[in-house]
Every structure is written in C-alpha cells, then in structure tokens.
Ligand binder design. Structure first.
Ligand SMILES: C[S@@+](CC[C@H](N)C(=O)[O-])C[C@H]1O[C@@H](n2cnc3c(N)ncnc32)[C@H](O)[C@@H]1O
Length: 258
C-alpha cells in the first residue's frame, strides 16, 4: 500500500534541515502565537487562563522574530518552485511572520481574514472582542505559476459560510466557526484549527496527489483535511502528546496509511 502520511516527533528546525530542497507542493504553518504570558480569557462562559503551554511563550519581540525568520527560511528551501505557503496567526505573531516573509523574498498573494462567528466574548469590556485570525498566503517564487482552483472556490458548496454567496468569487473574508465537538473525539489541542478552514485552504491551493507539509502540526487538522481530499501529508510536532493525538486522528481516516 502506498504511504500517504508521515509524522515526525521533533523540532521542525531540525527535521527541515534533513528534508531535500523543492519537496513540497504546499506548506500550511500555524506557528506558536507567543501569547501565553499570564493573561485571562473567557471560554464556554468561564474565565480561564490564556496559557496554551510552554511552547507558546514569547521570548521577546527580537527573539520571536528570529525564530519566525529561521523556520520561514527553512520552509522556503523545501517548498517546490511553484509551491505556496500559508501562515496563520493573530496580531501577536502575524506581523512578525509577514515581515520575515517579505525579507525572505516570498511573494504575498493574499491575506485572508478568518472570521469566527462564535468567538468567545471579551471579559474586561475595555476593547473589541477578538473574533478573527489572519492567514497570509504566499508563493515561493514571484515568477512561477501557482495552483489556485478558482472555479472550485467560486462554485463549490460553502453554504455554512454566510459571507460566501453561491456562484460568486471567493473573497478574502471567510466565516468559519471554531472546531466542532466531532473534531475533538480523540482529544483536544488548545489551538486546534477547524477542519472546514483547512479543507478550504487545501482545495483552493493544491491538487489530488500533492504533498503537503505542516511544520507545527499540533493535532494534525492539516493532515486530516489532506487525506480526506486525496493529498499526501508530512507533519512535524515537538510535543509527544500532540503527535499521539495526530496519529489517532489520521489513522481513523479511511485510506490513511503510513
Ligand atoms: C498553534 S499550534 C498548531 C495547531 C494545529 N494547527 C491544529 O489544528 O491542531 C502550534 C504547535 O506547534 C508545536 N511547536 C511549537 N514549536 C515547535 C517546533 N519548533 N517544532 C515543532 N513543533 C513545534 C506546538 O507544540 C503546537 O502543538
């Protein structure tokens, strides 16, 4: 049986060095947000700590920026010439990633605003409720032609997104709720992405049989979406408990084989 996914339990900076250049058709990266420094938020009506884990602590702007520059540079090397990279984040990290991408010569195609209609309320009532994340979509090389499945984005079924109207161009604001309960049956990741978001990204920017990398895999939402749509997947994650969760999710998919 042909292998369609491979997981690494390690630091992505180390593994990326071992992978040959020009390997991946698309990379989706959801790096640490660097926001776990003692704040509070509201979840299901309760006040909870925003601390996601040690992996999400900031080391200060300069060091965080150096980290983003390092992994973005490593990703550029392993991306195929016509490949594209997606990076997701909040204001804590996305400007730093975007600037590093510009410095490294990525050609930015779009920034997508992922609007969460069911975002948690703001507790202190002194500023607006955070209800979106930004995704930057960029091409490795300015001169090559990248994959964009325009017709599918225009005419596909996105009926659960109240912003997308049938048979109109897909715009850069997407309304997608946070992950459903059914996406957490094997366990939870504190920053798990909704499957609908990753499916849209993969359908838009890859073709069947393409090889997709997620260097900050977490629970492998990217992998689940990839296998569901007949793409191949490589995931890297440094926390053992998340690699185990990812493995459970991926092996439960029909046709998921290592
Ligand atoms: C924002 S979360 C990704 C969540 C994922 N998109 C999902 O849907 O579950 C970032 C993940 O990257 C992992 N991580 C942080 N630094 C890493 C590194 N240097 N190498 C590999 N994984 C790392 C963290 O343990 C965390 O699980």
């Amino acid at each position: 049986m042909m292998k369609n996914y491979r997981l690494y339990h390690d630091d992505c900076l180390k593994i990326l060095e071992e992978i040959p250049e020009n390997t991946f058709d698309m990379i989706f990266a959801d790096p640490p947000y660097m926001l776990s420094n003692g704040g509070i938020t509201c979840q299901n009506g309760k006040v909870v700590s925003v601390n996601k884990g040690k992996w999400d602590e900031s080391q200060g702007f300069e060091q965080d920026f150096e980290f983003h520059k390092r992994w973005l540079s490593a990703c550029k090397r392993v991306l195929k010439k016509n490949g594209t990279l997606w990076v997701s984040g909040t204001y804590h990290s996305i400007y730093s990633c975007g600037f590093a991408m510009q410095l490294l010569g990525y050609h930015i195609l779009n920034d997508i605003s992922w609007f969460k209609p069911n975002a948690s309320p703001n507790m202190c009532c002194r500023y607006f409720t955070a209800s979106h994340e930004t995704l930057i979509w960029a091409r490795k090389d300015k001169k090559t032609k990248h994959t964009f499945n325009y017709e599918l984005m225009k005419n596909g079924d996105f009926s659960s997104d109240f912003i997308k109207k049938p048979n109109t161009q897909m715009r850069s604001v997407w309304a997608i709720g946070t992950p459903k309960k059914s996406e957490k049956t094997f366990g939870k990741h504190p920053t798990q992405k909704p499957l609908d978001l990753l499916e849209r990204i993969i359908l838009a920017s890859t073709n069947e049989g393409d090889l997709i990398l997620d260097p900050f895999m977490g629970s492998a939402t990217t992998g689940v979406a990839a296998l569901k749509h007949n793409r191949k997947f490589v995931g890297i994650e440094k926390e053992k408990k998340f690699v185990e969760l990812a493995e459970k999710r991926l092996s439960a998919i029909k046709g998921g084989n290592k």
